[in-house]
Design a protein around this ligand. Sequence first.
Ligand code: ATP
Ligand code: MG
Length: 454
Amino acid sequence: MPHALIVDDDTDTRNFLSEVARAEGFSVAAADTLRSARAQLRRQHPDVLLADLQLPDGNGMELISDLDRAIETEVIVVTGHASVGTAVEALRAGATDYLTKPIEVERLANILRRQPRTVDLKQEIGELRDELRKVGRFGHLLGSSPPMQALYDKIARVAPTSATVLLIGESGTGKELAARTIHDLSKRKRAPFLAINCGAMSPQSIESELFGHEEGSFAGADQQHKGFFERAGGGTILLDEITEMSFALQVKLLRVLETGTFVRVGSTQPIATDVRIIAATNRQPGKAVVEGKFREDLYHRLNVFPIHVPPLRERGTDLEMLAEHFLDELNATEQSAKRFGASATASLYQHTWPGNVRELKNYVQRAYLLADAVIDNDAQPEAPPSGDEDDEITVKIGTPLDEIEERVTMATLARCGHVKKRAAEVLGISLKTLYNRLEGYSQRSDVEGDAETV
Ligand SMILES: Nc1ncnc2c1ncn2[C@@H]1O[C@H](COP(=O)(O)OP(=O)(O)OP(=O)(O)O)[C@@H](O)[C@H]1O
Ligand SMILES: [Mg+2]
């Protein structure tokens, strides 16, 4: 039976928390001071520690340093003072979540329900980490360079908890793959993983995509629609390019994080949700706050556990290993046996890969197609200067303008190593416009694509 230690000097709160924890199948010990909490810790180590911040003899967070590192207790901060600042500090100090008083039973129960399997999962992850480290992969991620090892350590630490994660890394570094790995190594792995790109959609479509809408709530809403927060029940949502979300939506998202409930567009009825949020950005989130693009309160709430995904140029020989891996994949599907020649391998290191792993993958595909048996330097990773015929598009007179636009946009994007920011600059349009166009193209062609990613 999992064990909970409840530390609060207020008798009513203590009793209430104990009752909910018992109902969720925990054995419970309670304490009203730091001193008695420490005595309890010596008796039995808890799987969950629910601690008030302000106790008669000190701050509840001081207990974190008393916890046995090997057992990894989940620490939930309970605060009566709805001060996000102190709660955030607590999260920084190692707490996984916080509850503000008055405590909502459902939210507390949700947090507790996630705990019992933590111990098994942690063991599983520990084994996975040791084993896969040797072969240079972790979950969906490949690579054994020191920055990747550091990434795996962080993922392993956070995956089994309920903590919100902020993934920070350049475009194409594998943030979505990292998010999937976190999901697959959590108790949520059997529930859905849904990804949404906040930069690629209008605020209104993101809102109804996330929260759902009621019939008739806006023109075109001809039936009720369940949003991600309902469809991903018990699972994980990746909010990609979080800093591109509108301010109004950022406020709503913060509310979901604080209360565990959301409201469908066109409704006032709050619905409880149990979803883990992983946010991702390829900007410096602190800078986005200063620039007024990213709400500071949301930033702090999401930044509980920041994880940096390193750029490819910092991953040493992982570069070669990844290139070989992508080539192996192509050889397997095409039943061929092409390989890299020494000159092609050497030239991989001459390039800085601004589009990171995505750019590398595209390069390998291109090189594969151009080569017979041995890949040499015909498909240079770095685009040759203009003048090359690859830099030109020929269009027939009378081609519809939107088709021309699409072809030029896609070709420029490819030329920029699929770094959208760079392509937008070259095309002289905003990043948002580029996204809107790409979204339009994908709807027009309506390829099957990855149905989970919008
Ligand atoms: N470590 C890795 N091992 C194997 N494949 C990888 C790795 N990192 C990234 N990839 C592959 O590279 C491509 C880009 O990865 P992903 O979409 O996760 O990047 P991202 O950081 O989310 O990009 P963006 O900022 O554009 O959203 C994908 O095809 C992914 O499978
Ligand atoms: Mg992504």
